[in-house]
Write a protein that binds this ligand. Structure first.
Ligand code: PLP
Length: 395
């Protein structure tokens, strides 16, 4: 909990009067994460990219770009964003399948293009190669290191992500392999370097004969590098091992680790209702719209001055204002009764939030604020009715 709300007093000071719900992104905490990543880069010679699908609030790219090597994109739009907003960095893209009508624009803005199948490599690789791009293929080492989160496990049975060794042996041709500069794997989610070690062993077992022919090896994201207790020394040992063993440039592309604990979602209590002895506080923030991973993953987000569950005296279910019965954030205990107008501060809200927001029920998009190093909050957006309406029709 400490790491989540470390420095939150400056948020409370700067943001007391703000209209809620809103996100506050803390530059100091973002910078602290970036420093950890920069030290991994300097100890190992690896390159680290921001996976934009987790955090793409580009007002902060100038700050981040001083520490890391570039951006990673899930497709054309993120690749364009990375190219435009972090132009000094490398632009990498991986997509489960590229489209005919997008590939030339992707080739024009990405430095590295990673394919998910040998078919796509053969189809789009020659043109990308001719344009001077560095090409990779995502492999699937068939090594699950996570339990219980099947939707976040690219090695789950039946996964469409990455080429297994069996498929590689069946479909790979000398012409296709000649197009390849690198190998990419992404199998982790919020995991430690022990899971990377297991995965790297599986990669070596299955693809160890291929790697010496490659220029680079991209180990994907899911590395919880900036989380308290993460074994950075073991990570660095693995990165150096790969670099020396196969003579490759190693890349990591974490999303979560870049902006871990660097943002807050501020919300206020609109009403408190009761059903069967359960007190339910209705907030102006919605799980479904503003913290979708709470429902998708699912998880109970950290909340300042409260604890998840019923260990404290005043217990409430916190829920959103939409019509969805399941728009529930979780059950929390407090030391005092909740009242209408009370402000609640959710932690670790910079990642997989603003970039996944929606306007279901006509919910407004929460505005974004930058908490600057000098302690002032600066508003970055002015979302309103037009952002809702523009996506729904012709006007
Ligand atoms: C999701 C993803 C990442 C980033 O994952 P985090 O868990 O946010 O670190 C990186 N690369 C690929 C291919 C991904 O799908």
């Amino acid at each position: 909990m400490d790491q989540v709300f470390d420095g939150v007093s400056s948020v409370l000071k700067a943001c007391q009067g703000l209209k809620t719900p809103c996100y506050v992104i803390d530059e100091k905490k973002l910078e602290r994460n970036a420093e950890v990543l920069a030290s991994v880069i300097s100890h190992t010679g690896c390159r680290i990219l921001l996976a934009q699908k987790a955090f793409s609030n580009y007002d902060f790219y100038p700050l981040i770009s001083g520490y890391i090597s570039g951006t990673e994109a899930s497709g054309l739009f993120e690749a364009k964003l990375g190219k435009e907003e972090m132009p000094e960095g490398e632009v990498h893209v991986f997509s489960a399948a590229y489209r005919d009508d997008e590939i030339s624009e992707i080739i024009s803005c990405a430095d590295h293009i990673v394919f998910n199948s040998i078919y796509q490599l053969k189809k789009f690789g020659p043109a990308a190669k001719k344009a001077g791009r560095s090409l990779g293929l995502r492999i699937n080492p068939e090594c699950s290191t996570q339990e219980g989160h099947e939707i976040y496990d690219p090695c789950a049975a039946g996964s469409r992500l990455g080429v297994t060794r069996g498929i590689w042996d069946r479909e790979m041709t000398p012409e296709a392999i000649a197009l390849l500069d690198g190998i990419h794997f992404h199998t982790l989610c919020e995991q430690g370097s022990d899971a990377l070690e297991i995965t790297l062993r599986a990669v070596e077992e299955k693809f160890g004969d291929i790697l010496p022919q490659m220029k680079w090896l991209n180990m994907g994201g899911g590395h919880h590098i900036t989380k308290e207790g993460y074994d950075v020394a073991r990570l660095e040992k693995l990165l150096i091992y790969a670099k020396e063993k196969w003579d490759v440039q190693v890349y990591l592309e974490p999303g979560e680790a870049v902006a871990l604990n660097a943002g807050y979602l501020l919300s206020r209590v609109l009403d408190v209702v009761e059903n069967s002895g359960v007190k339910i506080a209705i907030l102006d923030a919605s799980a479904a719209c503003h913290m979708p991973d709470v429902i998708e993953m699912p998880y109970t987000p950290p909340l300042l001055n409260a604890s998840a569950g019923s260990s404290k005296q005043y217990v409430y279910t916190l829920a959103g204002p939409t019509c969805l019965s399941g728009d529930v954030i979780g059950q929390y205990g407090f030391d005092a009764e909740l009242k209408t107008g009370d402000m609640l501060v959710f932690g670790d809200m910079a990642i997989y939030t603003t970039c996944k927001n929606n306007t279901f029920n006509g919910m407004p998009l929460p505005d974004l604020y930058r908490l600057k190093e000098d302690g002032r909050a600066e508003r970055l957006t002015d979302f309103g009715y037009s952002d809702f309406k523009r996506r729904l029709g012709s006007s």
